[in-house]
Design a protein around this ligand. Sequence first.
Ligand code: DC
Length: 223
Amino acid sequence: MRPRPVVAIDGPSGAGKSTVARALARALGFQFVDTGALYRTVALLADENGVEWSIGPRLAKLVDGHEFAFDSDGALYLDGRPVGEAVRSPRMSMGASEVARHAEVREALLVIQRVIGKEGGVVLEGRDIGTVVFPDAEIKFFLDASVSERASRRFEELLAKGRDVTLDQITREQEERDRSDRERELSPLRKADEAIEIPCDDMTAQQVVEHMLAIVKTQFSFD
Ligand code: DC
């Protein structure tokens, strides 16, 4: 038994997982781990090194040749430098989904995720945390929302960052990523049987966090 739990949060892209996972981790005093940032950074590394997103073994070699680390607030550092906004572009969203199809990449990133989480006291968010990365997680959530709600949230986010995008374009990209994440052969996006499902179309991020926090606190007591 771990003294403090592993909290797994899975769900489709744009459901607000990062926002609520970060806030939940802060409220619990846990480490936050945005596992999507790892896949995004692999796509970026591939671009920088002229490696195609379709060649799994070469991508995995890239992962092995670099150091990935999260700070206490969940920001990802590659070889000691923060990856920041460079991995948040629509191109890197597509790239992450592409590189995530390869067994070699998933295997290399699995090791990193398990090392970070094995002692507990972590909130990890992604697609396969409750099913593959930590099937023994003490608590599992599955955050879901409709495509239209997720696309319009992503659209607002990108607009606020000054990106030149249309809602139509974001909706199409969202549908394409959903298809790719749910239908891929390896570790597809799937709700773990025992995961607590939270449909969050009509909930604010704060309401979702409070709901999760109440569940964690009724099920566990820890320092
Ligand atoms: O959560 P995100 O949008 O940053 O994730 C980017 C992509 O990374 C997503 O489309 C699929 C992949 N991914 C994955 O396959 N498994 C995870 N645990 C997290 C992300």
